[in-house]
Design a protein around this ligand. Structure first.
Ligand code: ADP
Ligand code: MG
Length: 701
């Protein structure tokens, strides 16, 4: 159970006064959650400021720099309301100090509140942005106006938070302050030596400091408060992963003895020979499974690198050893596709392979379950329906998870909860840099498929400024005359008034007049059937040039398309460009990718394009992507089951991650059930960072 201490922080966010249904929607959007029901007060505590406003400058009226935020102490001289009936004119109030005169300017003033707030002859303190016009300074709608006697009510330094349309900065700040009131004094979960060495304040203090920056250094990721919280976050993550691992490893694995009896005939019948990295990965897997420790291995390989063959060889080894193997796919469609492919590939081994998905029902399902329970079925392919209670395995030795970023830790644990402990091979398509593997999966062993299967030609990538688009169109015309196929990607569907980007629609019209009629257009605003029709025409060759938005980014497979033109390439992210480019280079003909850009390029735009031009290596691109824009987007949203960090940043706090990993291992070695005093405090930490699925695991014993 969650410690009572945390209850105030985990109360629903809309229990704060002032957050009704309407504001609730805004807060949910701000916090990246589906609805206000999912928001807790603690979420606001984690909403860190990204900047600050410094009102400490008090240069005097005459010396206030143009556009600067300053605080001015001055005496009120006179009020100039707009003339009657001219309410569109500004209301001005004039003040002076020893150096000069300042006009406060207000629009659409109702009632007489200004006379009350700024009485003539009174000394007041105002703070806001100064504008100089014709040698006179003014301040439009000051942020603060207080009487001299209330000077302490004026915050001299204010944190600035990201907002969402409709939410005022002042209200958000008020709610964050209310949330901070609920932060309790936590039991210290960090090691005293470490906090001393790193100069960490307590977690309670760190939260307060996070929201009370005094100057720019406090906003920096390296600010002590931020480092403390980042370390807490990493430790919570590493600890929960280590707990899961500890649990998974508690049960010794059953050694698998591969004989080659089944894999040899299957290998011989494959229409290709394995790549070096496929063979290496299979060797890794066999070595792991031969030992008495359970295998926990991650297989990383870019799309098309041939992970399925590695999975098959691993599963065959389990069957050779007298056991069963399962392959779990994230979707029904993928499960069916795997079933079809693997049944064909494994045919020479003469095995029984079954498919279990949510759609497998009734008699058919009963029959399959019976075969699985009796051991007649050797390999089962399916979705997570594979792990329902009704499915009982006779001797499951290996579970392969075609990860694709969809499975959270606890789905993987379902198996163990069923009392079986197969070796685990997790496959992921999106290349993940090492630091992220560590953060997302902890200490898993990793095999990488770095080679592309033989026969694939490299893609020649060039960057070309858009002034030369005429040359490209010319080349395209020539290519179409030779019956080649090309994609032409644009960032937008339609022309939009406040953008000078070329839209897909416009480009389609232009190309049609120069390239001829064998051209099609596909974009996200078309319905499914329309899209399918155009894609089919492109596949079977009626269409030779496909103008498209990024709808073709995933899943589209037209192996004889060899030209990819990406217009306004500077507008796309690295990962997206890599995916788009991956649409070509799928057949045995050489392919070209033309990145058309509109200059001048920003520094990061230039970096992205040159990385893409220099490499096709998905891992390298992912590493660079991480470096260029931080890890958040790469990992996707919180809902996807991969860790999005609230405070920690792998880029800024990478040094801490490594310490946290070691710390977590050390903690569990000393106190595997987290029962010591520090262990109890660490449980609180896990709850605070919503890593409690790992605790549930602890209790299960
Ligand atoms: P992914 O890693 O994306 O799951 P797949 O396993 O689906 O990739 O393999 C992609 C394609 O490459 C399949 O058509 C597969 O048959 C083929 N393939 C796999 N390994 C090789 C190889 N060593 N040589 C040639 N083609 C291969
Ligand atoms: Mg695959």
């Amino acid at each position: 159970m969650r410690p009572l201490l945390l209850d105030p922080l985990f109360a629903p966010l809309d229990t704060l006064s002032g957050i009704g249904p309407k504001a609730g929607e805004l807060y949910a959007r701000l916090l990246g959650r589906e609805s206000i029901e999912e928001c807790r007060i603690v979420d606001l505590v984690f909403h860190a400021p990204y900047s600050l406003i410094d009102r400490r400058q008090q240069p005097g009226i005459a010396n206030a720099p143009q556009g600067a935020i300053v605080t001015i102490k001055a005496r009120v001289d006179r009020h100039h309301p707009p003339p009657p009936g001219r309410n569109n004119n500004p209301y001005r109030v004039f003040l002076h100090d020893d150096t000069g005169e300042l006009a406060l300017t207000f629009f659409r003033v109702k009632g007489n509140w200004l006379e009350k707030a700024l009485p003539v002859d009174e000394t007041v303190i105002v703070s806001g942005k100064v504008d100089w016009f014709n040698g006179r300074p003014s301040m439009v709608h000051p942020d603060y106006m207080v009487r001299e006697s209330e000077a302490e009510n004026l915050p001299l330094v204010e944190p600035v938070y990201s907002l969402t349309a409709g939410l005022s900065a002042r209200l958000l700040r008020k709610q964050i302050e209310a949330s901070l009131q609920r932060v309790p004094a936590f039991p210290e979960w960090q090691d005293a030596a470490l906090t001393a060495k790193q100069g960490f304040a307590s977690a309670h203090e760190a939260f307060l400091q996070l929201h009370e920056p005094r100057d720019a250094a406090d906003i920096d990721p390296q600010a002590p408060a931020r480092r403390r919280l980042a370390y807490d976050e990493f430790l919570a993550g590493q600890l929960s992963l280590a707990l899961v691992r500890q649990r998974l490893r508690k049960v010794a694995g059953t050694p698998v003895h591969a004989t080659g009896r089944l894999s040899r005939p299957v290998l011989d019948a494959l229409p290709f020979s394995l790549t070096g990295s496929q063979s290496a990965a299979i060797k890794d897997v066999l070595a792991d499974m031969a030992g008495d420790k359970r295998m926990l291995r991650l297989l990383q390989g870019d799309v098309g690198s041939g992970k399925t063959a590695v999975a098959l060889m691993s599963m065959l080894a389990a069957v050779e050893s007298g056991g069963q193997a399962v392959l779990m796919a994230p979707t029904e469609i993928l499960a069916r596709q795997h079933f079809a492919t693997l049944s064909k590939m494994a045919a020479p081994a003469g095995l029984t392979i079954d498919l279990v998905t949510g759609r497998t029902k009734g008699r058919e399902r009963d029959a399959i379950q019976e075969r699985i329970a009796s051991g007649e079925t050797h390999i089962v392919i399916g979705t997570h329906a594979l792990f329902q209670d009704s499915v009982i395995y006779s001797n499951l030795l290996l579970a392969v998870v075609d990860e694709q970023h969809r499975f959270g830790v606890h789905q993987r644990l379902r198996l163990t909860a069923k009392g079986i402990s197969p070796h685990m091979l997790v496959m992921t398509a999106t290349p993940i840099p090492r630091t992220l593997v560590l953060a997302a999966f902890g200490d898993m062993d990793v095999s990488k498929l770095t080679e592309k299967p033989a026969g694939r030609k490299p893609i020649q990538t060039v960057t070309i400024p858009d002034e030369r688009v005429g040359d490209i169109v010319e080349r395209l015309r020539a290519a179409v005359a030779e019956d080649k196929k090309a994609y032409w990607i644009c960032p937008l569907v339609e022309e939009s008034e406040n953008s000078d980007l070329m839209s897909a629609d416009e480009r389609f019209q232009i190309l049609k007049s120069s390239v001829g009629p064998r051209i099609g257009l596909v974009h996200g605003r078309m319905n499914g059937a329309e899209k399918d029709a155009v894609m089919l025409a492109f596949k079977n060759g009626e269409i030779r040039v496909l103008v498209a938005t990024t709808v073709v980014e995933v899943g589209v497979d037209v192996p004889d398309a060899t030209i990819m033109v990406i217009e306004h390439a500077e507008r796309f992210g690295l990962a997206q460009l890599h995916q788009l480019r991956g649409r070509v280079g799928r057949g045995d003909e050489a392919s070209t990718c033309i990145l058309l850009y509109k200059g001048p390029l920003s520094e990061s735009g230039r970096a992205r394009l040159s990385i893409l031009r220099d490499t096709e290596d998905g891992f390298l691109i992912a590493e660079e992507d991480l470096r260029l824009r931080g890890e958040g987007e790469l990992l996707g949203t919180r809902q996807s089951g991969t860790p999005g960090f609230r405070i920690a940043s792998l880029d800024a706090h990478g040094d801490l991650l490594e310490i946290a990993r070691k710390d977590a291992a050390y903690i569990l070695e000393k106190d595997p059930e987290l029962t010591s005093e520090r262990g109890q405090a660490l449980r609180t930490l896990l709850y605070l960072y919503r890593r409690d699925e790992a605790i549930r695991f602890l209790r299960a014993g």
